[in-house]
Every structure is written in C-alpha cells, then in structure tokens.
Design a protein around this ligand. Structure first.
Ligand code: ADP
Ligand code: MG
Ligand code: MG
Length: 255
C-alpha cells in the first residue's frame, strides 16, 4: 500500500524575467488501487506539478508538502524519489545520446531495486515487454529518445513503467501525439500495470480520449494553478461536451 499526499503546494518557475508563481495551493491524495485523472486547459500548471514531483531544478517549491507514505518527497534527489517508488513519465522526454535503451532500462532497474537484475532473465523480460509495445529487440540498441517518433517515446515510457513496476506512476500527457493504434497499445500497458491491484496512477491529460481506455476513479479539474473541482468519470464526459469555459470564467472572476 502507498499514499501520495500533496498538501497546499505552491511552486514558482524560474524564468528569464524572474520567478513566476504557477502552482497556487495544490491539494491531492492518491492511494494504491486508485487512478486519478487531472484535466485542465493548456498553461494551467499540470506539467509544472509533474516536473515538481520529479524534482526538476527549474521549479522552486515556495510552500506546502509532498509525502509518499509519510516520507518527504521534496527533500529527496530524483534517484531517491525513484527508489521510494515514484515514477514520472514526462510530457517532453529528454534525449540521452550515447545511452542505449537496454542500458538505460538496466541502470534504472538497478537504481530502483538497489541491485542489478540478473542479466539473462532481465534481457528476456525486456524483450518480452518491448514486444508487447510493438517495439522489436533492435530498439534496445538505440539511444534513448534520440530520433524516436512521438509514438516510440510514449511506448518506451510505458515499457519502462511495466519493467520498473513502481508504487506510484505519474503520467503527463501520455496520450499526446499518439495515433489510435499507439494509444491502444500504450493504454493497455498502463492497464496491465493498474490491474496488479495495489498501484496508484496520476494521469495528467488535456483531452478525454485516453480516458476511454484507462478508467479513472477520480477526475480533477485543474485551472490556474490549483484544483477547482473533482468528480467521477462522468466529469470527463461533461468536460468533453462543455470544455473548460465555465471553470476559466470562475477563475477569472476570482482574481
Ligand atoms: P500545462 O501543462 O497545464 O499546459 P505548464 O505547467 O506547462 O501547464 O505551464 C504553466 C505555466 O507556467 C504557463 O504559463 C507556462 O508558460 C509557465 N511555465 C512553465 N514552465 C516554464 C518555464 N520553464 N519558463 C517559463 N514559463 C514556464
Ligand atoms: Mg501544456
Ligand atoms: Mg503540460
């Protein structure tokens, strides 16, 4: 069992014109066995939340707390966060020239487990998982994210999720740029991960499309740096039909 708890989180981004406040008091609790979706308009701060949880240096926490099973996530290095059981798939994955997918996966697995996986079983497992994402074994020899198509980046990310099997997965716009077949393959991977039963998922998305494949227990609406409302899966249908307009208007009236 795991609980990720975000309480009154305030974050600013360091820009060329100085710091800019983006997150304005985010509250969220996710427990094992739950899938939460965060939906919101562009520029509302969804990726900022993901980057903050990942410990990206450009994002400064100015208030609030984030804990995983009571442990202070914000005090940890990126490696320590991964070891604690947090997995983050980024909206814009970075290229790692000169590092092959196979080596990258092995290093990540070693970091998470605290020991290197047995090479024979690991190689077999990696090839099996890559195969499930329609990535052939030669994919393992390519440099991480270098020249990957949008679809390959996302397939690789969710293959990582399956191989590392973390307690909590945060997926930022895993659906963006995917054609319908890739969306299905990627969603099936996320669902295999969820179906283990005691895994927690935070699915950040701009569009409701992926929610036809991955069923959230809770849908949050995120506007202007904080959660404005939450509901069940039906809230996603309402957003699909009506957009974010009424939430944006309410946020403006608030200022
Ligand atoms: P979302 O993911 O919801 O579209 P983001 O978190 O990407 O939103 O962005 C929220 C706001 O923060 C936007 O106004 C964006 O321009 C600003 N922002 C985010 N990162 C940076 C950055 N590195 N430099 C300057 N502005 C940033
Ligand atoms: Mg965006
Ligand atoms: Mg984003």
């Amino acid at each position: 069992m795991a609980t990720l708890e975000i309480h009154d989180l305030h974050v600013q981004v360091e820009t060329d014109n100085g710091p800019k406040p983006i997150l304005k008091g985010v509250d969220l609790t996710i427990r094992s066995g739950q899938t939460h979706a965060i939906m919101g308009p562009n520029g509302s701060g969804k990726s900022t939340l993901a980057y903050t949880l990942a410990g990206h240096p450009k994002y400064t926490v100015t208030g609030g707390t984030v804990t995983l099973d009571g442990q202070d996530i914000l005090a940890m290095t990126a490696d320590e966060r991964a070891r604690a059981g947090l997995f983050l798939a980024m909206q814009y994955p970075v290229e790692v020239p000169g590092v092959s997918v196979a080596n990258f996966l092995r290093t990540a697995k070693t970091a998470v487990d605290g020991q290197a996986p047995k090479i024979r079983t690991w190689t077999k497992q990696v090839n099996e998982v890559l195969g499930r994402f329609d990535l052939d074994p030669t994919f393992g020899q390519r440099s991480v994210n270098e020249g990957f198509s949008g679809g390959e980046k996302k397939r690789h990310e969710i293959a990582q999720l399956e191989l590392l099997n973390p307690k909590v997965a945060i997926l930022d716009e895993t659906d963006s740029g995917l054609d319908i077949d890739a969306l299905r393959v990627v969603s099936e991977g996320v669902n295999r991960y969820i179906e283990q039963g005691d895994r927690a998922v935070l699915l950040i998305t701009h569009y409701t499309r992926i929610l036809r494949y991955i069923k959230p227990d809770v849908v949050h609406v995120f506007v202007d740096g904080h959660m404005v409302t939450q509901g069940g899966p039906e809230l996603a249908d309402e957003l699909e039909a009506e957009g974010y307009d009424k939430y944006l208007k309410a946020a403006r009236a608030d200022v």
